[in-house]
Write a protein that binds this ligand. Structure first.
Ligand SMILES: NC(=O)c1ccc[n+]([C@@H]2O[C@H](COP(=O)([O-])OP(=O)(O)OC[C@H]3O[C@@H](n4cnc5c(N)ncnc54)[C@H](OP(=O)(O)O)[C@@H]3O)[C@@H](O)[C@H]2O)c1
Length: 274
């Protein structure tokens, strides 16, 4: 297994905002030597700038030779302009890892020399606390060792899943990339429903947050299937069963609604890709 200290050279992070900054923090926390990292960002957020300063990570270095890995974490909109600037910093052995939403392997390959190894990935916001999940796809030039290196770097912000077909990135974007927003909406809707049913609004809000967070943590820590956890709290003819009869309606319930939402997100991801 490749660890961060096995990476044969420097890691160059391009864009140290929310996602890049979280990954950087994860790498340093997992023992990647700060001297082996460099950051390109004209204006990183103050907390990231403070981390760079405190750990002695080079910011906007002018030289240093081609990095072993270049991780691209700028906004997709500025990618064409940024890649034109940073592509000359890559060498033939440099592995490119992108976390940019909607930027395809084809787009990334066109920005670098032919034959460059490229991994496209899509993380999600819980990466900020090391609890994200990332779905990644390699291009044909990525070697098994480079795949392990990309896996180790992406794993610093949570779990990593690999797919062979790039089209699945659009579906993963719709499930895990956008998924945290669906869960936040669940907390909002539960709070609103509680308030409408008579609870003080602030208490409904606290109950909804704690319920979503606690249920998620229980699911992870227990390792029990979500369907089984649901059955465990549902007594026949009880209160949960009354609510689930509404939520599990085959035509108007949660499953058809979420399926429609995920299909809409995947469709939008395909439309935005380039
Ligand atoms: N946040 C998420 O949950 C999430 C999830 C999945 C994928 N992603 C992907 O992650 C990428 C970054 O998102 P983010 O939320 O971290 O955005 P962000 O906070 O805006 O971070 C982007 C960083 O890149 C910097 N930057 C701008 N121009 C640059 C340049 N020419 N060279 C180097 N750095 C430059 C920005 O600086 P300024 O602020 O000064 O412009 C900022 O610090 C996006 O492509 C997004 O699709 C993010």
């Amino acid at each position: 297994m490749v660890t961060l200290s096995d990476i044969p050279g420097r890691v160059l992070l391009v864009g140290a905002g929310k996602m890049g900054g979280a990954m950087l923090e994860g790498w340093i926390g997992l023992g990647l030597e700060p001297a082996r990292i460099a950051v390109i960002d004209p204006g990183p957020p103050s907390e990231v700038a403070a981390l760079l300063e405190a750990r002695g990570v080079a910011l906007n270095p002018l030289n240093g030779g081609p990095p072993a890995v270049m991780l691209l974490a700028v906004k997709p909109q500025v990618a064409p302009e940024v890649l034109a600037k940073v592509a000359p910093l890559a060498g033939p052995q440099t592995l490119i890892v992108s976390v940019m939403a909607g930027r395809t392997l084809g787009f990334l390959e066109a920005a670098f020399a032919p034959g460059t190894a490229v991994v496209r990935s899509i993380p999600n916001t819980p990466a900020a606390i090391g609890r994200g999940v990332t779905v990644a796809v390699p291009n044909a030039a990525v070697t098994p060792t480079q795949m392990s290196i990309a896996d180790a770097l992406l794993r610093a912000s949570g779990g990593v899943e690999w797919v062979e077909e790039e089209a699945l990135i659009d579906v993963a974007t719709a499930v895990s990339g956008s998924g945290p927003a669906y869960v936040f909406l669940l907390a909002e809707a539960l709070a609103a429903a509680g308030a409408q049913a008579g609870l003080p609004a602030d208490m409904a809000d606290r109950l909804a947050r704690a319920t979503v967070a606690g249920a998620g943590e229980l699911m992870i820590r227990s390792g029990i299937e979500p369907a089984q956890l649901r059955k465990n709290v549902t007594s026949p003819n009880g209160t949960t069963a009354a609510a689930l009869a509404v939520l599990m309606d085959e035509e108007r319930g949660f499953v058809p609604l979420l399926t429609e939402a995920v299909l809409a997100a995947a469709r939008r991801s395909r439309e935005l890709a380039g």
